[in-house]
Ligand binder design. Structure first.
Ligand code: 5GP
Ligand code: MG
Length: 178
């Protein structure tokens, strides 16, 4: 196996414990209310699956494949939203993403979920970067607040690599990302 890149930031056991706590809080909030999870692919795959293990068995799940990043930079555009569907009409929707960065992705997907008739839309992210956002987006559930650094692992990629790492690691920014 090749050596993992960058520096260790969050261990697999830290993530596991935090996910369990988040799931317990989500369960308390949505008790007796039918919930639809909308997970944004591909970055949130590990996170949503680990969360789902602890959520109510009636929870419905949709996967939306949207992307905005190339390398370590956001393109500023969201691709793929036109294919994002699901029976969200009158449902309480919880959007799940790996990381809240500029806020563009969650702002656009939240609007899309409302357009599809969601009754309420809340946001849960594993990571939230401490930086100025381009959009006013607040996540109700945040796993970890992190520095404004590029991270990989536990679903997060650099050009499709490193998703399979069990922990989260920081990478130095490439010169083109400054
Ligand atoms: P936003 O639209 O909030 O700027 O960016 C959200 C998306 O950008 C995330 O869903 C994620 O795919 C990607 N992203 C933002 N920051 C990082 C990062 O540090 N590492 C990785 N791998 N992806 C990131
Ligand atoms: Mg993403």
């Amino acid at each position: 196996m090749s050596r993992p890149p960058g520096k260790s930031y969050l261990s697999a056991s830290q993530i596991r414990l935090r996910v369990r706590t988040l799931a317990a809080s989500i369960c308390r909030t949505y008790r007796n209310r039918p919930l639809t999870i909308v997970a944004l692919l591909k970055g949130s795959v590990f996170f949503v699956v680990d969360l789902l293990r602890h959520l109510d068995s009636d929870t419905e799940v949709e996967f939306w494949n949207v992307s905005s990043y190339e390398g370590t930079r956001s393109t500023g555009k969201i691709r793929g939203l036109e294919h994002c569907r699901g029976n969200l009409h009158g449902r309480d929707v919880l959007l799940i993403d790996d990381i809240l960065d500029s806020g563009l992705t969650l702002d656009r997907t939240r609007s899309h979920a409302k357009k599809l008739g969601a009754r309420t839309v809340q946001i849960c992210v594993l990571l939230s970067k401490q930086r100025k956002r381009a959009r006013n987006v607040r996540a109700r559930w945040i796993g970890f607040k992190i520095k404004d650094e590029f991270v990989v692992g536990y679903g997060l990629d650099l050009d499709q690599r490193y998703r399979a790492l069990p922990s989260i690691r920081t990478l130095p920014s490439s010169p083109s990302s400054t």
